[in-house]
Write a protein that binds this ligand. Structure first.
Ligand SMILES: [Zn+2]
Length: 377
C-alpha cells in the first residue's frame, strides 16, 4: 500500500476514535453529546506570571526569557565559587526548571569538579563529576539542567565572549534544546563578585537577552540544604565561605515578603531598624570578616545567619518580638559545611547562648537588641 492510500485511512480511524471518545454517532443507539453549559466554558483560566514581567517585558515561549528567577542561596554559592579563583576561570552548571512561558528558575547550582580544567581564558568542567552529579539531580530530585555559568574573573568581560555565544547556539542546535541559560561571573581584586544572566533561544541564535535577576523572597532554595546533606559524599564545595556580591542587574519589581500583619517588620520604620542592626552586627568585631544573611522561614519570620571566621550566629526573631527577645544560638564555624544551609536545625540542638541574660525592651528595638547582643558576643 502506498503512503497516499494510507493517509485518508489513518485520518478516518482518528475521526472515528474522536467520535467514540465524544460519545458521538458511532453506534446506532448513541444520542448526540449534550452541549456543555455556557458557564463551564465562559470562566477564563487565570494566568500566573512573575509580577515583574510587566516591567521587564512579557515572557513568551518563543522568545528568550526576559527575566531569570533565582534563590539568593544559589547566587551566594556561585559567588563563593567565583571568589575561589580570582585570577583564573571557573564554572559550573545550573539546575532547576523552566516555567511554561520559558522563564528559567535556578534552584540548585554546582561548581567545578575536582578534575575541572581552569585556565586564564577558558574553563572545562570535570565531565565525570558533571555526569555523576547531574544524573543524580535529575533522577532523584526531578531537577533539569537549565544552564551553565563560568567566571571571566578580572578579564573585564561581563558578557558572553563570541566563543561563548557560538558554543551556546551550537549546543542548542545540536542537542535540540528550546532554550538555555548562560551566566557570566566576574570578580574584582577586592574580593567581590558579580553574576550576569543571558538567556538564549533556539529561534533567536545570537540575539540573546541580558536578563535581570528576580531573586525570590524565600532566600534559600528548598533544594540547597537537602541536596548538600544527601549528596555530601559526591559534591565538591567552594573553599571561600563568605559570598560577596557586587552590583548586579536586578529585576525592577522584587516580590516583597508577605509578613503577618502583627509581625514587627510590617512597618517601614522597623525595616530601617533591621538595616541598622545588620550593619552593627558586621561592625561588632572589626578584626574578622562577617557576612549577615537574612532568611525567611515558611511562616515569613526572619532569621539572620551571621558568619564570622570563628563562629556562626543564628538569630531568630519570633512572632512576639520585640515583646519577646530574639532567639540566638552560636555554633563554631567548622561545624557547618555550607553556611546557612542547615543553620536552623543544627543550631537548635545547641543550647541557646542567651540563657540567663535579661531582655530589656522599653520601646527602642535597636537599643534593646544591641544591649542584649553585646552581653553574649
Ligand atoms: Zn566565557
Amino acid at each position: 500500500m502506498s503512503k497516499k492510500n494510507k493517509r485518508p485511512n489513518k485520518r478516518g480511524n482518528y475521526q472515528r476514535m474522536l467520535q467514540r471518545l465524544r460519545g458521538g454517532q458511532c453506534g446506532n443507539h448513541a444520542k448526540p453529546a449534550p452541549e456543555p453549559p455556557a458557564a463551564a466554558t465562559a470562566a477564563p483560566m487565570p494566568e500566573f506570571t512573575p509580577r515583574e514581567l510587566k516591567a521587564d517585558g512579557q515572557a513568551h515561549e518563543d522568545k528568550p526569557a526576559p527575566v531569570v528567577m533565582v534563590f539568593q542561596s544559589e547566587l551566594d554559592y556561585i559567588s563563593r565559587c567565583i571568589l575561589d579563583y580570582p585570577r583564573i576561570e571557573t564554572g559550573g552548571q545550573l539546575f532547576g526548571h523552566w516555567t511554561a512561558q520559558g522563564v528559567p528558575v535556578v534552584e540548585y547550582a554546582i561548581g567545578p569538579g575536582p578534575n575541572a580544567n581552569h585556565q586564564t581564558t577558558f574553563f572545562n568542567q570535570d565531565v565525570d563529576y558533571l555526569v555523576r552529579v547531574g544524573q543524580t539531580l535529575i533522577e532523584r530530585y526531578g531537577l533539569q539542567h537549565i544552564g551553565e555559568w563560568h567566571s571571566h574573573h578580572q578579564l573585564g568581560l561581563a558578557h558572553p565572549s563570541g566563543h561563548d555565544a557560538s558554543t551556546m547556539v551550537n549546543n542548542i542546535a545540536r542537542r535540540h534544546l528550546r532554550r538555555f541559560l548562560l551566566c557570566i561571573g566576574n570578580c574584582d581584586g577586592r574580593g567581590s563578585s558579580t553574576l550576569n544572566a543571558f538567556t538564549f533561544h533556539e529561534d533567536h541564535n545570537y540575539q540573546y537577552v541580558h536578563a535581570p535577576w528576580h531573586v525570590m523572597p524565600e532566600l534559600e532554595s528548598p533544594y540547597r540544604s537537602r541536596i548538600d546533606r544527601e549528596l555530601e559524599h559526591m559534591l565538591c564545595h567552594p573553599d571561600t565561605r563568605v559570598p560577596r556580591m557586587g552590583g548586579m542587574l536586578l529585576s525592577q519589581h522584587q516580590v516583597k515578603p508577605n509578613y503577618d500583619s502583627s509581625y514587627w517588620l510590617t512597618g517601614k520604620a522597623n525595616n530601617l531598624v533591621l538595616k541598622r542592626i545588620i550593619e552593627q552586627l558586621q561592625e561588632l568585631d572589626p578584626s574578622s570578616s562577617c557576612a549577615v544573611q537574612p532568611k525567611l522561614d515558611e511562616r515569613q519570620h526572619l532569621h539572620l545567619l551571621v558568619e564570622r571566621a570563628t563562629q556562626h550566629e543564628h538569630i531568630y526573631f519570633p512572632a512576639m518580638f520585640p515583646t519577646a527577645p530574639p532567639v540566638i544560638t552560636i555554633t563554631p564555624a567548622a561545624a557547618e559545611h555550607y553556611p546557612g544551609a542547615n543553620a536552623p536545625d543544627a543550631a537548635c540542638s545547641i543550647a541557646s547562648a542567651t540563657q540567663g541574660i535579661q531582655w530589656n525592651y522599653q520601646g527602642d528595638i535597636y537599643r534593646a537588641f544591641i544591649d542584649y547582643y553585646r552581653q553574649i558576643f
